[in-house]
Design a protein around this ligand. Structure first.
Ligand code: PSU
Ligand code: MN
Length: 310
């Protein structure tokens, strides 16, 4: 557990946690690295609003001045979203200590947002799409072994992560195998397929499918009661009007990954680079889908947190 002097919880979030009121964590890498300005500030504000609309308190997580911040103010969100490209670290478990020691702004990925949420007792966290096994991680020549630390965190930290599935730029079948091996339930809500991030479907059967958020909450509660310790992935498909067609996503992702290979993009830069490239190829349609799914996941996260608080 982090030492208390390394965590700063906003007054509103601290009150909600003390009262046992529902709280939903939000990450900040999608603000700093996942979406362009000004859409990134808009989506951050809209996500917080959606969580409030569901009856829960939002807690956006980032780091600054040597501490994990749980619950950012509007000014802090703006500072993070408008910081010049490259000045805000993308912080996962491996560089969390260095980023904290630097005293500078850092944006939390799924992995580090889970660490912060768990440390303060938040059980629900909404994001866009989780990281996973990148294409070529195993079958590349040579294999890159690029497997997101999000998966390891899901294996070890109890937080329910609401998302629109693994990001479509990944090797989704291998990501699902990895999650199964590491004991992470993947629960699709209201669909029998794993959602395809920008698309509603991935073509892959959901390992677990439940009809609604109430049933998803039953699974989360049983998981907690059993002391299973790992996280859960709760999948909510992108809203219909903003969804991209499955075959379009496949084509565009293949093209972006081919270009990333030519450009020599590797490591933590891969995900932001591919997201930006897909946005360019689709003329912004992927950004609209991404915004829509992030905000809808926030709404569902709020509902889940309310169910769990009852
Ligand atoms: N969801 C989005 N956009 C994003 C991300 C999630 O809609 O940019 C971020 C998350 O912070 C996630 C990260 O943890 O992408 C994965 O990065 P990597 O593949 O390098 O682990
Ligand atoms: Mn990686």
């Amino acid at each position: 557990m982090p030492s208390p002097h390394r965590i700063a919880i906003s007054a509103e979030v601290a009150d909600a946690l003390r009262d046992g009121s529902p709280v939903v964590a939000l990450e900040s890498t999608l603000i700093s690295h996942g979406l362009p300005y000004p859409q990134n500030v808009e989506v951050a504000a809209a996500s917080e609003l959606a969580i409030r609309g569901s009856g829960a308190v939002p807690a956006t997580v980032a780091l600054n001045e040597g501490r994990l911040l749980v619950g950012l103010s509007g000014d802090e969100l703006e500072a993070l979203a408008t910081a010049p490209r490259g000045t805000v670290r993308k912080v996962s478990r491996h560089n969390l200590a260095e980023a904290i020691a630097s005293g500078q702004w850092g944006a939390t990925t799924v992995a580090t947002t889970m660490i912060a949420a768990h440390a303060v007792g938040i059980r629900v966290f909404s994001t866009g799409g989780i990281g996973g096994v990148h294409r070529g991680a195993i079958d590349g020549r040579p294999p890159t072994l690029d497997i997101s630390a999000d998966l390891e965190e899901l294996a070890r930290t109890f937080v329910a992560v609401v998302c629109a599935g693994p990001k479509a730029i990944l090797d989704v079948p291998l990501t699902l195998e990895y999650l199964e091996t590491r004991g992470v339930p993947v629960v699709a809500v209201g669909t029998d397929q794993v959602p395809g991030f920008w698309a509603r479907r991935s073509g892959l059967a959901a390992p677990i499918s439940v009809p609604d958020v109430r049933a998803a909450a039953d699974v989360v509660r049983a998981h907690a009661d059993l002391g299973l310790a790992s996280g859960l992935v709760i999948c909510n498909p992108v809203p219909e009007p903003d969804a991209l067609a499955d075959d379009l996503v496949r084509q565009v992702v293949d093209e972006a990954i081919r270009e990333a290979g030519v450009a020599g993009i590797t490591g933590p830069a891969t995900t932001p680079w591919l997201l930006a490239r897909v946005a360019a190829i689709t003329g912004g349609a992927s950004v609209r889908a991404n915004i829509s799914l992030i905000v809808d996941n926030a709404r569902v996260g709020g509902e889940l947190a309310v169910q769990l608080a009852d």
